[in-house]
Design a protein around this ligand. Structure first.
Ligand SMILES: Cc1cc2nc3c(=O)[nH]c(=O)nc-3n(C[C@H](O)[C@H](O)[C@H](O)COP(=O)(O)OP(=O)(O)OC[C@H]3O[C@@H](n4cnc5c(N)ncnc54)[C@H](O)[C@@H]3O)c2cc1C
Length: 379
C-alpha cells in the first residue's frame, strides 16, 4: 500500500479546500445557528464533481476512487462537519446504493441527476424504534399487481425533507428474516410520500435530518433495487463503504479541531509565554496528532480494500470505530486548549466538539462497530 498522496488527491485537496474557504467558511456558523440546510451549496458542489465522486463518468460522475473520496470529505469536514456529513450521505448511501445495486435503466435515470448535484439523495434504513436493530423494521411494502404499496416511516434521515429521491428499505417478508427486506427507489413527488419532523440537533445542524412518512405510497415494480428480499444484505454492503465515509468525516473534523488548537496555542499567552510552551499542552497536541495519524492509516487501509473490490467489513469497522472515537477525543481536547474561549461560539472549537459526537453514532454506533469487529475476529 502506497501512503503518498497521488497528484490527483493533491489537486482535489487544494480545489476542495479553496471551495470550502470561499463558499462554506463565511456562512457555516449562521447555518449552524439557524439549522439552515444550504441546498444551493450542494448544486455548486455538483458542478465541481463532488456529488458523484465514485460514480463512473459515463453516468455523469467524477469516476474517482475511495482515496479521492476520503480526501474530499476530509477537506470539507475540516471546515464544517455538517456539510461533510451531507456530502458523505449523498455520495455513499443513496447514490452508492443505486450505483452498486441498480439496473442499467435505474442507473441511467438517477445517477446523472445525483452525480451532478441536480438532485439530492436520501437513504432510509432507520426507524423510530429500530436503529441498531434495523432488521426489526416495521415499514412494510406489500405487492399489488405491478406496484408495491409502502406504509410506515423512516426516522433520522439525512435529507429526509429536501432529497428529491430516496432509497427506502421496507419489509417485504417475515420479521427478522434477513431476506425479508427490499430496497425501493422513491421519488419525492410520489403520492403518499411526505416529510415529517425535522430534528433539532446538538451538532451537525446544517445537515438536514428528518422523518420520511409513507402512507399507501405506490411504487412501480421497476423501482425495486436488485432482487426482492435482498435489501438488508445490500444495506450491510452499503454500510461497509459508508463507514469509510464516516471515518473520513471524523478525520476531517479532528484535523480541523487540531489545526485550530495548534494556532491558538501559539497565540494565547499565559504566565508570560504562549501556552504551547507548556508541556501539558504540547503533549495534548502530540496525542491528538498521533491519534489522527493512526485513524487515517486505518481508513486508508479500508479505502485500499474497497478500491480493489475486496471485502472490508472488519477494516471499515476498525476505521469507523477508531476514527470516530479519536474525533470526539480530539475535539474535546481542542475545547480544553481554548479554555473559556473554547466554550463560546466566537471560536470554532465548540462546533467541532458538538459535531464530533455524531461520528460515534451515525451509520452504526461504536458499540455496534465493536460487535461487527468481534464477530469478524471470532469467526
Ligand atoms: C444526524 C444523524 C443522521 C442520520 N442519518 C441517517 C440516514 O441518512 N439514514 C438512516 O437510515 N439513518 C440515519 N441515522 C440513524 C443512525 O444510523 C442511528 O441513529 C444509529 O444507527 C443508532 O440507532 P439509534 O439511534 O436507534 O440507537 P439505538 O440502536 O437505540 O442505540 C442506543 C444505544 O444502545 C446501544 N446498543 C444498541 N444495540 C446494542 C447491542 N446489540 N449491543 C451493545 N450496545 C447496543 C447503542 O450503541 C447506543 O449506545 C442518522 C442519525 C443521526 C443522529
Amino acid at each position: 500500500m502506497d501512503f503518498t498522496s497521488t497528484e490527483n488527491q493533491q489537486l482535489i485537496a487544494e480545489t476542495v479546500k479553496r471551495f470550502a474557504e470561499t463558499h462554506i467558511r463565511p456562512s457555516f456558523m449562521d447555518w449552524d445557528e439557524s439549522q439552515h440546510f444550504p441546498k444551493e451549496l450542494f448544486h455548486k458542489m455538483g458542478e465541481l464533481g463532488l456529488m458523484g465522486i465514485l460514480v463512473p463518468e459515463e453516468y455523469g460522475g467524477a469516476g474517482l476512487g475511495y482515496f479521492e473520496y476520503m480526501t474530499a470529505i476530509i477537506e470539507v469536514s475540516k471546515v464544517c462537519g455538517s456539510i461533510g456529513l451531507s456530502l458523505a450521505a449523498h455520495n455513499s448511501l443513496c447514490t452508492g446504493h443505486i450505483l452498486q445495486f441498480g439496473n442499467e435503466e435505474q442507473k441511467r435515470k438517477y445517477l446523472p441527476k445525483l452525480a451532478t448535484g441536480q438532485w439530492i439523495g436520501a437513504w432510509g434504513l432507520t426507524e423510530a424504534n429500530t436503529g441498531s436493530d434495523a432488521m426489526r423494521m416495521q415499514c412494510v411494502a406489500k405487492q399489488d399487481g405491478d406496484y408495491w404499496v409502502i406504509n410506515g416511516s423512516k426516522n433520522w434521515i439525512t435529507h429526509g425533507k429536501s432529497g428529491e429521491v430516496a432509497v427506502v428499505l421496507a419489509r417485504t417478508g417475515e420479521l427478522l428474516d434477513s431476506h425479508g427486506i427490499t430496497a425501493f427507489i422513491v421519488e419525492r413527488d410520489t403520492p403518499g410520500f411526505k416529510a415529517g419532523k425535522k430534528e433539532n440537533k446538538l451538532g451537525m445542524r446544517a445537515s438536514e435530518t428528518a422523518e420520511m412518512i409513507f402512507e399507501d405510497c405506490r411504487i412501480h415494480k421497476s423501482q425495486v433495487l436488485g432482487n426482492i428480499g435482498d435489501g438488508f444484505i445490500q444495506s450491510m454492503k452499503i454500510l461497509d463503504g459508508g463507514r469509510i465515509s464516516i471515518a473520513s468525516l471524523s478525520l476531517g473534523i479532528a484535523k480541523g479541531a487540531l489545526e485550530a488548537a495548534l494556532k491558538y496555542s501559539k497565540e494565547r499567552q499565559q504566565f508570560g509565554k504562549p501556552i504551547s510552551d507548556f508541556q501539558a499542552i504540547g503533549f495534548k497536541l502530540a496525542d491528538m496528532a498521533t491519534n489522527i495519524e493512526a485513524a487515517e492509516l486505518l481508513t486508508q487501509q479500508a479505502a485500499f480494500l474497497k478500491n480493489n473490490g475486496k471485502k472490508c467489513t472488519k477494516e471499515s469497522a476498525f476505521a469507523k470505530y477508531y476514527a470516530s472515537e479519536v474525533c470526539v477525543h480530539v475535539a474535546t481536547e481542542g475545547v480544553q486548549i481554548f479554555g473559556g474561549y473554547g466554550y463560546t461560539k466566537d471560536f470554532p472549537a465548540e462546533k467541532y466538539y458538538r459535531d464530533s459526537k455524531l461520528c460515534t453514532i451515525g451509520e452504526g454506533t461504536s458499540e455496534i462497530q465493536k460487535l461487527v469487529i468481534s464477530r469478524e475476529i471470532l469467526k
